[in-house]
Design a protein around this ligand. Structure first.
Ligand code: PRP
Length: 179
């Protein structure tokens, strides 16, 4: 697997330090608020698992799965909720956890949808941000790293559903995705 990686962009050590920092920040900001931490599957599962262990206040966890309508850049940005989270969010504080913010279409739509459900607050926590690719605005409360517009995999991010289990974030060799 590592032979397909051109270079390491974010090492395990850098990631661990950043996740600890975000976990501490969330613990301070949500003291006494018992937030629901919601992971958007599948890409965020590794970040989510590390993040919640860096959070030192009481919280609950849940999971959502979404899929985009249409394909590529012509997509309307509308997303279908494939798996919703359990129970009511009325009056609760939600923290949405994503692996990467790219065009922003998925999160822009999802945040709008979730805002209609009566939560006390909704904040987005994304591990990575590719601002060069943004098409629609998305407000981010917690961000791990800003990354360039290159093909990256690992720490939950895939190419063709593979490489998610790499413990670091690496740039994929162009020969792998056919350029
Ligand atoms: C990724 C990521 C976000 C979305 C971001 O998910 O987890 O949900 O794309 O892209 P956008 O900002 O352009 O909307 P993906 O569809 O690759 O699914 P995955 O999490 O299962 O890998």
């Amino acid at each position: 697997m590592t032979k397909d990686i051109e270079r390491v962009l974010l090492s395990q050590e850098e990631i661990a330090a950043k996740v600890a920092e975000i976990g501490a920040q969330i613990s301070r900001d949500y003291e006494g608020k018992d937030p629901i931490i919601v992971s958007i599957l599948r890409g965020s599962f590794i970040f989510m698992a590390d993040l919640v262990r860096a959070i030192t206040i009481p919280c609950t966890v849940d999971f959502m799965s979404v899929s985009s309508y249409g394909s590529g850049t012509s997509s309307s940005g509308e997303v279908r909720i494939v798996k919703d989270f359990e129970g009511s969010v009325e009056g609760r504080h939600l923290i949405i956890v994503e692996d990467i913010l790219d065009s922003g279409r998925t999160l822009n739509y999802l945040m709008k949808t979730l805002k209609t459900r009566g939560a006390a607050s909704i904040a987005l926590c994304t591990f990575l941000d590719k601002p060069d690719r943004r098409v629609v605005p998305v407000e981010v409360a917690y961000k791990g790293f800003t990354v360039p517009d290159s093909f990256i995999v690992g720490y939950g991010l895939d190419y063709d559903q593979k490489y998610r289990n790499l413990p670091y974030v690496g740039v994929l060799k162009p020969s792998i995705y056919g350029e």
